[in-house]
Design a protein around this ligand. Structure first.
Ligand SMILES: Nc1ncnc2c1ncn2[C@@H]1O[C@H](COP(=O)(O)OP(=O)(O)OP(=O)(O)O)[C@@H](O)[C@H]1O
Ligand SMILES: [Mg+2]
Length: 548
């Protein structure tokens, strides 16, 4: 292209020279008097040629603009790099917690004191792990600790660590949070990988922070991050009880003491009937999540006191016990309280039930309300009202424009639905989600919105649909982030391989992963959790394709 332009410029210069020379010869031959007559004719030609030249110039300029404009809009402005991490200070007390600390919090004095004494030196890297059953109150304890100690930390950051991707997004968001204001556009332009590196550099240079990694499944996914840190406090919540011993001795959280369970119910319901509350707490196994739902029900249902609630609970227990999803006690306990609340929702109106069922089909946390409004046959106001009812019954959490549901509530809800209803809900949920997906996922301007929807996409878009969608995305990702970007391109390729296997082609999945694994090892390192996950996936699909 540049060569062609070079040739054209020389040809232009040569042509001008020839024309100039020809005019000189003409004027010399005809004499100046006659030349005067010719001048207007020549002028007209020159004018036309000039017009042609300017049109050609415009076309060239336009082409050169097109060829230098990026594949993705938004990258044209001269990118400002992120400032040096060690130099950037944060506003005092910067804290990002997923929701406000609850109005009612009971018990856990011993655990809070344990955390307090373990986290004594802000300049020393200290890890504490809280483990226990679902719904027992691990996240709530972490939230409480963080909230009570806001004054002791320069920064508190909460990270949803349920999957390696949400974990990484959370750390990348930390960079965006720290840089907001001073370097927000550079931070939002940065890829996740760059943002993570920057965030880790910032944390290493500024001790005195608290990071909460909520709901980690495997200790291994935390290690690459911990290796880069020096001073600060890391609080982990997990259902997993094993794999933590080289980091610390985990705090195992049990159900509430009976006394704390009764005071929780008393606070929520305002009931003075301590004997009835004691019995109710016992029936709900002192499990905080089940107690919270029962308490919310009693508080928000006129004419229902503690004893009447126990009657309702007893009226449905056998069915609910039998129908509870496979799993430990928490599912059964939550299923009991859930059944009573659900019956009440059915009386209140179909919209609340529809929303609860739909919510069970998405990922548990932070579903934008827009998506829900698209999925139901109701307007925004009615939807907001129905969500308010669900929140008042402790079935959902509303924070800003996002809706979260406890995973146990989702599990119980899904388990109660019959197959056609589940299929119908999933189809509606997937259509609503597709409608809200940004049209150009590789565009940095929509990256945060896309990242927010991704966990829901992964859960909802099943089988062929997901495989095909990912196949479309891979070339886009390659163009935007490069062939070997570990957290965009390679992750999309791994998901694509996985869905290829799931839709019944394990041999193709194994081939895709075999091609991918050396790239992943090169890009992330041989021992990175994502590399190990890819290796495990390859082993899985190879075994599947070998089995008859
Ligand atoms: N100490 C407490 N005081 C009052 N309510 C509590 C307490 N602990 C938990 N709860 C209630 O129980 C619910 C479930 O708690 P939480 O979400 O912390 O469980 P979890 O152990 O993190 O479960 P999961 O493993 O599923 O994430 C909370 O939403 C809250 O309503
Ligand atoms: Mg939790």
């Amino acid at each position: 292209m540049a060569n062609r332009r070079h040739v054209i410029s020389w040809a232009g210069a040569l042509a001008s020279g020839v024309v100039f020379l020809a005019l000189g010869v003409l004027f010399f031959r005809t004499g100046l008097d006659n030349a005067d007559k010719l001048a207007s004719v020549i002028g007209a030609f020159v004018g036309v040629a000039g017009f042609g030249g300017s049109v050609y110039g415009l076309v060239l300029a336009r082409r050169s603009l097109d060829s230098t404009s990026p594949a993705v809009p938004g990258e044209a402005a001269a990118p400002q790099p992120l400032p040096e991490a060690a130099r950037l200070r944060v506003p005092a007390g910067l804290a990002a917690l997923p929701r406000p600390a609850p109005r009612v919090f009971v018990g856990r004095e011993q655990e809070l004191a344990g955390l307090q004494s373990a986290f004594d030196d802000p300049a020393r890297l200290t890890v504490q792990v809280v483990c226990g059953l679902g719904g027992v109150g691990k996240s709530q304890l972490a939230l409480q600790y963080a909230d009570r100690n806001r004054g002791h930390y320069s920064l508190i950051w909460w990270i949803d660590a349920a999957t390696p991707e949400t974990l990484q997004n959370g750390v990348a968001d930390l960079a965006r949070g720290i840089a907001s204001g001073t370097a927000s556009s550079a931070a939002s332009r940065a890829t996740n990988e760059e943002a993570v590196t920057w965030a880790m550099a910032w944390l290493a240079a500024h001790p005195g922070w608290l990071l909460v990694f909520d709901d980690i499944v495997e200790a291994a996914s935390l290690r690459p991050y911990l290796g880069r840190l020096h001073g600060g406090h890391v609080l982990v919540t997990t259902r997993r009880t094993v794999g933590w011993h080289d980091l610390c001795t985990p705090i195992t959280l049990n159900v509430l003491s009976r006394q704390a369970a009764v005071s929780l119910l008393a606070e929520l319901t305002g009931s003075p009937d301590s004997e009835g509350l004691d019995a109710l707490a016992g029936e709900l196994g002192d499990l905080p999540l089940a107690l919270a739902q029962a308490g919310a029900y009693i508080a928000h249902t006129p004419g229902i006191g503690v004893r009447r609630y126990r009657d309702l609970l007893r009226a449905s227990p056998t069915r609910m016990y039998a129908a509870a999803p496979a799993g430990g006690d928490p599912e059964r306990l939550v299923a009991r309280a859930w059944a009573v609340t659900r019956a009440r929702m059915e009386e209140i109106g179909p919209l609340a039930i529809d929303l609860l069922d739909l919510l069970a089909c998405f990922a548990p946390d932070d579903l934008p309300r827009d998506v829900l409004v698209r999925a139901v046959d109701a307007d925004e106001l009615d939807t907001a009202e129905a969500l308010g009812v669900l929140a008042s019954f402790s079935m959902v959490d509303l924070v800003d424009d996002g809706v979260s549901v406890h995973r146990l509530v989702q599990a119980v809800t899904l388990h109660q639905l019959d197959d056609p209803r589940r299929a119908e809900l999933r189809a509606r949920a997937a259509a609503a989600l597709e409608g809200c997906l940004p049209a150009r996922p590789a565009d940095p301007a929509v990256r945060p919105a896309y990242a927010r929807l991704l966990p829901h996409v992964v859960i909802l878009l099943e089988g062929r649909q997901a495989r095909d969608r990912l196949a479309e995305l891979i070339p886009l990702f390659e163009r935007a982030w490069g062939q070997e970007h570990p957290n965009e391109t390679l992750l999309a390729r791994e998901l694509h391989a996985d869905f290829t296997g799931r839709v019944g082609d394990p041999a193709a999945a194994a081939r895709l992963l075999a091609d991918l694994l050396p790239v992943r090892e090169r890009a992330s390192g041989a021992d990175h959790p994502l590399t190990r996950a890819a290796r495990a996936a390859l082993a899985h699909w190879s075994a599947e394709s070998a089995s008859p």
